[in-house]
Design a protein around this ligand. Structure first.
Ligand code: IMP
Ligand code: MG
Length: 189
């Protein structure tokens, strides 16, 4: 019998930027801060599909106060590594947010174009407040200024995958944040 090894997503990683333990510790710290800041408020976590899913799942369990979840799906990137600069809403919120305290939960702040658009879109629905929580921040890439209320890690200007972040829809299931080997980009898709 011939054994063929199944390729694992981690085989394509050149370098780990943030390991799973550090992500876990940071997310617990962020959740505790959010729980303290929003105690007694009508908190809605608005998460942006699909990249923020693992972050949201961990963050909400670290935030032990009553809260609701809602989701937006936007497209800004196509399947490559460069922003198209054009943001489209693919799926809008399911519940009204008027008068409520919205915390946007996002995986990464890069040029800022996506979140700038999303935050304007949310403000138009007259919530009591809109604040922003991002796991990763690439400040050197910013094109539009965006204020961050809760920031996990500042990272250098490198395209990263894992913990929700994808390259061509893959690598979201890695438990850490890392950089792909350059040969991955040369592969036919
Ligand atoms: P922005 O509009 O340029 O700030 O880009 C925001 C979106 O682009 C994020 O929500 C991600 O979906 C995607 N993105 C930005 N940088 C990266 C990266 O390094 N890896 C994977 N996706 C990224
Ligand atoms: Mg995203």
């Amino acid at each position: 019998m011939t054994l063929v090894a199944t390729p694992r997503p981690a085989d394509d990683i050149a370098e780990i930027l943030v390991n799973a333990e550090d992500i876990g510790a940071k997310v617990r710290e962020m959740g505790a801060r959010i729980a303290a800041d929003y105690a007694g408020r009508d908190l809605v976590l608005v998460s942006i599909l699909k990249g923020a899913l693992p972050f949201l799942a961990d963050l909400m369990r670290a935030t032990q106060i009553p809260l609701a979840l809602d989701f937006l799906e936007v497209s800004s990137y196509g399947t490559g590594t460069e922003s198209s600069g054009v943001v489209r809403i693919l799926k809008d919120l399911a519940q009204p947010i008027a008068g409520r305290d919205v915390l946007v939960v996002e995986d990464i702040l890069d040029t800022g174009q996506t979140l700038n658009y999303v935050i304007d879109h949310l403000h138009a629905q007259r919530p009591a407040s809109v604040r922003l929580c991002v796991l990763l921040d690439k400040p050197t890439r910013r094109v539009v200024p965006v204020e961050i209320d809760y920031r996990g890690f500042e990272i250098p200007d490198k395209f990263v995958v894992g913990y929700g972040l994808d390259y061509a829809e893959r690598y979201r299931n890695l438990p850490f944040v890392g950089v792909l080997k350059s040969e991955v980009y040369a592969r036919p898709s």
